[in-house]
Design a protein around this ligand. Sequence first.
Ligand code: 5GP
Length: 214
Amino acid sequence: MSVDDGHYRPTYNDIHKLIGNSAKKIRDEFKPDLFVAIGGGGFYPARVMRTFCKTPGRKNIPIQAIGLSLYEEMGTEDSTQEKLGKEIVRTQWLDFSTLGKMSLLGRRILIVDEVDDTRTTLAYAISELQQDLEKQLAALPEEKRKTIPKTEFAIFVVHNKLKEKAASLPSDIMYFSGEDLGDVWVDYPWEMLDIDKHEELAAAQKKLRAEQQS
Ligand code: 5GP
């Protein structure tokens, strides 16, 4: 396999460090009190982010998991039933039994995923969480509603691909990415069966890049 095959291969250490670097900013500028990890790619980054956001003497910030899958259905040209475009399917949602029925009110929620590609998944996650929040607010008497601080959402992705996005995010949401990339395919270490091979290719790729830059 060529190391120059257009795939980008970050290692666990690379990803750990990217998260650590972003965490400083996130702690200072956003101060999350709940992580929502989009599975499966957001699980590992959220866990590492929790380590970096831990304040000594305080409880760990809880991590909730949501599962979203992006299905692309393309009909044949002559089909009248064809469905062009992308559909998101919820495979898992917040656990309100541990989080509480009014759990989103007044929270500072950091949504974590591994990569922002077309942005469809992130836009969907935000819009669904906003709807849950609206429901929780609507269930409160108006007087009480006024006393609750605004729920804030922010996004952290390990990698953001700088490309035209298929969806957009609300403008008031803070957005953090560990690293911005071109439109390349990222091979994540947790997807690999042979982690030694992955590390080997990653090291060869770094060497090649360094030689090309010198
Ligand atoms: P979206 O297009 O909604 O931003 O991303 C959808 C999902 O596609 C991501 O959560 C991720 O699971 C997958 N994906 C997109 N780009 C990449 C990539 O470069 N590498 C890997 N491993 N998955 C990707």
